[in-house]
Design a protein around this ligand. Structure first.
Ligand SMILES: Nc1ncnc2c1ncn2[C@@H]1O[C@H](COP(=O)(O)OP(=O)(O)OP(=O)(O)O)[C@@H](O)[C@H]1O
Ligand SMILES: [Mg+2]
Length: 229
């Protein structure tokens, strides 16, 4: 089976007079169509791990490769281009640009990527919003949307450039149960119907249990990976 993302012996230490180890000895491989929930106590390194796997941070030891390419050999520009084209990010806060409509929030990363012309971009963005039940949000500003809609708009934006892998850090942290369920419904569909991969960090045990693969972190280490036992 092919591997989208592979971490081998990854450790990340913040340097300083008292160095802080964020994660240590991480071995992790992810295939297309895998849906992984990452759980663990507060401060166990979940966000740090997601940043490393999302190529937003670099390991101090070990290696991370994406689609067979070693990221150590990639410049910051190459990493940014890879994130833009291959990865989508969703956080606890939506980070939509408040002065732009939902549609424009989707078009902005698509313009940066430059893969489609403007008419095609708009068609794709509208189709994406429709697929998430968000047609009517296209012309609205983020402040005009409900919390659940805003987070779905943020997911739509994360999907705008057709990423192979979606990384989400506490995406339901600000949502009620119904909206949290909707977010995980979307993740399930991305995996089942579109063969994307999803890594989601969550404290929500009920939703986490829906992911076929479970990874648990304690003190920066993977103490359980259901793919391995
Ligand atoms: N910039 C930093 N400087 C010092 N320590 C840091 C820094 N960033 C993270 N840490 C520490 O590294 C550890 C891992 O943090 P991280 O944010 O990855 O944990 P987490 O599992 O995402 O926690 P939470 O569930 O609260 O979001 C924590 O002990 C945290 O205090
Ligand atoms: Mg965190």
């Amino acid at each position: 089976m092919s591997t989208i993302l592979r971490a081998e012996g990854v450790t990340r230490v913040l340097p300083g007079p008292q160095p802080v180890t964020l994660v240590r000895d991480i071995d992790f491989a992810l295939s297309p169509g895998e849906f992984v929930a990452v759980t663990g106590p507060s401060g166990s390194g979940k966000s740090s791990l997601l940043y490393l796997l999302g190529l937003l941070d670099r390991p101090t030891e070990g290696r991370i490769s994406i689609e067979g390419r070693d990221t150590a050999a990639m410049s910051e520009n190459e990493l940014a281009a890879t994130r833009l084209a291959r990865l989508g990010f969703v956080f606890q806060f939506h980070f939509l640009l408040p002065e732009f409509t939902t549609l424009d929030n989707l078009l902005i990363p698509m313009r940066r990527l430059g893969r489609w012309d403007e008419a095609e971009r708009e068609d794709r963005a509208r189709a994406l919003l429709a697929s998430l039940g968000m047609d009517e949000a296209a012309g609205k500003l983020p402040e005009q949307l409900s919390g659940g809609m805003r987070q779905r708009a943020a997911i739509a934006r994360a999907l705008a450039n057709d990423p192979a892998l979606l990384l989400a850090d506490e995406p339901t942290g600000n949502l009620d149960t119904r909206n949290a369920r909707t977010v995980f419904d979307i993740f399930e569909r991305l995996v089942a119907d579109e063969h994307r991969s999803v890594i989601v960090v969550t404290h929500d045990q009920e939703q986490a249990a829906r992911a076929p693969r479970q990874v648990r972190l304690v003190d920066g280490r993977i103490v359980h990976d259901s793919a391995r036992d």
